[in-house]
Design a protein around this ligand. Structure first.
Ligand code: NAP
Length: 304
């Protein structure tokens, strides 16, 4: 482990904006693996040589190569990606970070055809990378989605849609594998994961293994929107799975549990509607409860 990382393990502030768009860090792609059969989502491991340390839940900005056609003479702006590994990286070297990237494609709503001229520059650059390719990094960024480590006995509820699961993979590596530096995790973690089909459950084997090997520390629940229906006959979303455990989730929150949301913006609207209904069933005031969760810093959101 590098000396810098040892220092960071002890520090109480996350690293922030160590590299800028003007002075990025040029890292190297170590490996790239397709996570879905259609090849749309990739797991990309980047070697930063220990020079761009981060905490779980932070993001890197990626500067794609080439000129920005909208502003000739300038580079493309950077695009933010949540880091999908713990600060030690998948290889535990403290020199790598992993990203979970979905290709952004554009389908013309009129013709239904893909228009390659409008595809996402950064996601396609990353998904087309090969080991050895260079990637310019900016950051790290993010103070809102950090794993709260103040008490190793805390419980953590994580709610993800699609690639929004990225920071939670980092959290789980940290809690269940890295042992929060030297402290043993004695709390519980519960991941709710929403995906269209079973084949699109990202990192499913890893999460199933954690649930099998550490059943007292980790629970894993999924919602497959295109394979099941909710009670109103609509697509079964992550909030529908949470509704089934509503009373238990409320009890955990009342006991000080942290809850984290990452992924689609509209998921949060759905979750709040479900929690409002659970509160009504339990004779509680949801607005008041939410205000208290926010005030106690138990409610963490990063949605797009
Ligand atoms: P996605 O395929 O768009 O969605 C994943 C699941 O969410 C699907 O099952 C989808 O269902 C469902 N969903 C749709 N509407 C929903 C709603 N109102 N409530 C709850 N679930 C709903 O996922 P994605 O393309 O990977 O995108 C995830 C989002 O996370 C993006 O907005 C991305 O910007 C963001 N994000 C990414 C990262 C990263 O590092 N890559 C980090 C943080 C956030 P149906 O499609 O069947 O309707």
């Amino acid at each position: 482990m590098s000396r810098l990382l040892k220092l960071l393990e002890r520090g109480n502030k996350p690293p922030f904006h160590l590299y800028t768009s003007q002075l990025p860090y040029t890292a190297t792609v170590s490996s790239i693996q397709r996570l879905t059969r259609d090849g749309q989502v990739s797991h990309i491991v980047i070697d930063h040589g220990g020079n761009v340390p981060f905490w779980e839940g932070q993001s890197y900005g990626i500067l794609p190569p080439g000129e920005n056609s909208k502003r000739p003479g300038t580079r493309h702006p950077y695009h933010l990606y949540s880091i999908a590994s713990s600060r030690y990286g998948d290889d535990l070297s403290g020199r790598s970070a992993s990203l979970c990237v979905k290709r952004a494609i554009y389908v013309d709503p009129q013709t239904g055809e893909e228009d390659p001229s409008k595809k996402g520059v950064c996601s396609n650059f990353l998904c087309d990378c090969k080991p050895g390719d260079k990637v310019d990094l900016v950051g790290p960024f993010g103070k809102l989605m950090l794993l709260n480590e103040s008490n190793p006995s805390d419980s953590h509820i994580m709610v993800a849609t699609g690639t929004g699961v990225a920071p939670f993979r980092g959290f789980l590596q940290r809690l269940l594998e890295d042992k929060m530096g030297s402290r043993k995790f004695e709390g519980s973690a519960w991941l709710f994961m929403g995906a269209p089909t079973a084949g699109r459950l990202l990192y499913n084997e890893e999460f199933e293994r954690y649930a099998r090997d550490r059943p007292l520390s980790f629970r894993y629940d999924t919602a497959l929107s295109r394979e099941s229906c909710n009670k109103r006959g609509g697509r079964f979303y992550v909030q529908d799975r949470m509704e089934e455990h509503g009373e238990e989730i409320f009890k955990l929150l009342d006991g000080g549990s942290h809850i984290y949301f990452c992924g689609r913006k509209d998921m949060l609207v759905g979750v709040e509607a479900v929690f409002e209904e659970v509160a009504r069933r339990m004779g509680e005031d949801w607005r008041g409860k939410l205000a208290k969760l926010k005030k106690n810093r138990q409610w963490h959101v990063e949605v797009y």
